[in-house]
Design a protein around this ligand. Structure first.
Ligand SMILES: Cc1ncc(COP(=O)(O)O)c(C=O)c1O
Length: 389
């Protein structure tokens, strides 16, 4: 029904991914497979909703009505079996600001925040900007499959540890954590009285297995979790600036909402409601097809790399549209690896964005037409085979 083989031309549209890639990575006409947005046109219902709103021709102050909250509640129930009430949802204009507010709320400067690494770069930044200590628990890399190291995780907890930050599904590895893994994690957090900030922005992008909402595991996780959700990754709406932070505990939620209000970020722009309502009430068929298409891209990349580029290993991508490539066998790290990949003609995030130790890795964005995935793989193969000589 939807043609993901075609994508609008994004060059010259103020696209960070397309228009900033050359300057950022140092190259000319690089194929951008970096920052996490998609090249696909959004679901038609979303474009229609924007046109309809634009036709009203007045863009004054607005509020989010029940229609918006009903759409979010419907989506969380039908896609995630997550029962949410209207009053449990706090709007923020993005997940990163919500991570910032959540840390401010749950910690004092000098406290420890425990986090599984590697992880999405702003996790580190939000912890340190609030004067807290980043305490890392490295994920176990079991033959290029990441799992929690529960012994290490628990051993890192002290009286100073107040929060565990969870990225679920996990960026950059694409792991979709199982119920067993999350339950074991919850047991540890409960034992040590930690709050959990669960960044579940990739919750809908699941290719294998099932996304389990951390807050739904049991009564304790329900009352000790700040769940960060958004339609932005799912429906390619990053610049619409909308996220829904779900907090079951009333006192915690009210304090969180106060933080948002005092930072003057508690009201949305007038396109948020029509866009998000269209996405969450009419977008499911588009998303289901998209996931099949992304699976095809993932399978192509895994197959191509395993056959033609023995220097690279791809982590099994169970979720997200981001492939995590171990390039350590190339013997290049950090800026040298970035420069080499750009010389191949491709722009990819260096692993150091996710933690210093992973500067021999790259993250490849597969949310683009297959043609570009094929092109990106071929360019890498050509560049790497020249390196072998
Ligand atoms: C785990 C994770 N959290 C948050 C974000 C960004 O969220 P936002 O653009 O809503 O601030 C991203 C973007 O890639 C992400 O991967």
């Amino acid at each position: 029904m939807f043609d993901f083989d075609k994508a609008p031309n994004r060059k010259g549209t103020n696209s960070v991914k397309w228009d900033n890639a050359d300057a950022r990575f140092g190259g000319k006409n690089l194929l951008p497979m970096w920052i996490a947005d998609m090249d696909f046109a959004v679901a038609p219902a979303i474009t229609e909703a924007i046109h309809k709103k634009a036709d009203q021709a007045v863009f004054g102050y607005t509020f989010l009505s029940d229609a918006y909250y009903d759409a979010v509640i419907h989506w969380m129930k039908t896609r995630h079996n997550f029962d949410v009430a209207k009053e449990e949802i706090v709007f923020t204009p993005g997940v990163v600001p919500a991570l910032d507010f959540a840390i401010q709320l749950l910690t004092q400067p000098g406290d420890d925040v425990l986090v599984e690494v590697p992880v999405y770069g702003p996790f580190y930044r939000m912890i340190s900007k609030n004067g807290c200590n980043i305490v890392e628990t490295p994920l176990k890399n079991d033959n290029e499959y990441y799992t929690f190291d529960f012994e290490d995780l628990e051993s890192k907890i002290t009286d100073k540890t107040k929060v565990f930050m969870l990225c679920s599904p996990h960026n950059p590895s694409g792991r979709v954590w199982s119920r067993e893994e999350l339950t074991r994690l919850a047991d540890i957090c409960k034992r040590h009285d930690l709050y959990v900030i669960a960044d579940e922005i990739h919750n809908d992008l699941v290719l294998e297995g099932e996304h389990i909402v951390f807050a739904t595991l049991n009564d304790w996780t329900a009352s000790h979790t700040i769940t960060c959700t958004a339609p932005s990754k799912t429906f390619n709406l990053a610049s619409i600036l909308d996220s829904n932070i779900i907090i079951k505990d009333k006192e915690l939620r009210e304090k969180f909402a106060e933080k948002c209000a005092s930072a003057h970020v508690s009201s949305s722009n007038c396109f948020v409601e029509p866009v998000v309502t269209a996405a969450y009430t009419q977008g499911a068929p588009w998303l289901d097809e998209l996931l099949e298409y992304i699976k095809g891209n993932r399978d192509y990349v895994c197959d191509f790399i395993s056959k033609h580029i023995p220097e690279i290993t791809v982590h099994p991508m169970e979720g997200t549209y981001l492939a995590w490539l171990n390039c350590e066998k190339l013997g290049l790290h950090g800026d040298d690896l970035v420069a080499f990949i750009s010389k191949c003609g491709v722009a990819m995030n260096n692993g150091s964005f996710f933690g210093e130790k992973w500067d021999g890795y790259c993250r490849m964005n597969l949310a683009c037409p297959r043609e570009n995935v094929v092109k990106g793989c071929k360019m890498l193969e050509e560049g790497i085979s020249a390196l072998r000589k």
